[in-house]
Design a protein around this ligand. Structure first.
Ligand code: FES
Length: 309
């Protein structure tokens, strides 16, 4: 195991961090409860989480300040300060979106996220202090503080990457789900009464079925946000509410009515044929925009499989 992996492994298993993480995440969860705040911070209307986009601004500005510190000389000092101030300004909304996302995590992810947030806070404080020092004439001190900030930010960025790419935090949990292209029986029609919902297996994909007076709706049963079981969710006003963090999806097309989810649920065509409920992936001509998005993903995967074989 490499040194970074050993260090992260220790953080992932440091249960003592839970004593801090538990109360802080409860406070954050209460603060982001109102729908407009939750949707905004989660990137619900953006189509993917907002936090990663904002991190680019702060990391980019502070990295540029570091570059100017190395090669810019004294005449570059006003630009270095400008980059530092831009990073400080961007760090605030970045932190808010990060806390919103982090509050939905548990266990190892939450512990790594807590250290990630702590290091970002240290980096922000160091960069803010560097601004004060530089403007007071302490050029060397400002530079030293920026270097310390860059170090904290670099380690923190590594942890953020680990959360996204190794732990899969905030990755769309339905991204690899496909489903049957042909009509596939999943349940006897008598097993699903009007106004009821159930989950069933459709060619290896768990689907949530809901029957109205006139039709059957079918969407993926695994919540796109963090994999919550929508079959255990609450049905309300034509939507299903995820039991884990309250993301709300329309049963008719999988669209999002409320975050924190930022990816819609894949939806399927459903019909009753010969006493059985059948589902399939909508054919290209019949797809909603959301279904088309999923079909594009499936198409790309099929192409990459074909070129790999
Ligand atoms: S898993 Fe978070 S809202 Fe469903």
């Amino acid at each position: 195991m490499s040194m970074p992996h050993r260090a992260i492994h220790r953080v992932e298993n440091a249960e003592a961090l839970d004593k801090v993480a538990e109360p802080v995440s409860s406070v954050v969860q209460r603060a982001v409860q109102p729908k407009p705040i939750r949707d905004l911070l989660s990137g619900t209307n953006l189509g993917h989480p907002l936090h990663p986009s904002l991190t680019d601004v702060a990391i980019g500005a502070w990295s540029m300040a570091g570059l100017l510190d190395m090669v810019g000389g004294s005449e570059a000092e006003p630009f270095t300060e400008l980059m530092t101030a831009a990073g400080v300004a961007a760090a605030v909304p970045t932190a808010l979106t990060g806390f919103n996302d982090w509050a939905d995590t548990l266990g190892a992810e939450r512990r790594v996220g807590l250290v990630h947030a702590g290091l970002n806070t240290v980096a922000l404080a160091l960069y803010a202090a560097s601004l004060v020092a530089s403007r007071g004439g302490g050029r060397r001190k400002g530079k030293a503080l920026r270097f310390a900030g860059l170090t904290a930010m670099g380690i923190s960025a590594y942890l953020g990457g680990h959360m996204s790419f190794a732990q899969g935090v905030n990755v769309n949990r339905t991204a690899w789900q496909e489903g049957p292209d042909d009509w596939t029986p999943v349940l006897a029609a008598s097993e699903l009464a009007e106004g009821e919902h159930r989950t069933a297996d459709a060619d290896g994909v768990r689907v949530l079925l809901y029957r109205t007076a006139t039709e059957v709706h079918a969407i993926a049963a695994t919540c796109s946000h963090m994999g919550g079981p929508l079959g255990e969710g609450t049905i309300e006003n034509g939507c299903v509410i995820c039991p884990w963090h309250d993301s709300t999806f329309r049963l008719a097309d999988g669209g999002i009515e409320r975050g924190p989810a930022s990816s819609p649920q894949p939806s399927y065509e459903a019909r009753i044929q010969n006493g059985r409920i059948e589902v399939r992936v909508p054919p290209p001509g019949a797809q909603s925009d959301m279904a088309k998005e999923g079909a594009h993903r499936r198409g790309r995967r099929l192409l990459s499989r074909a070129s790999a074989s």
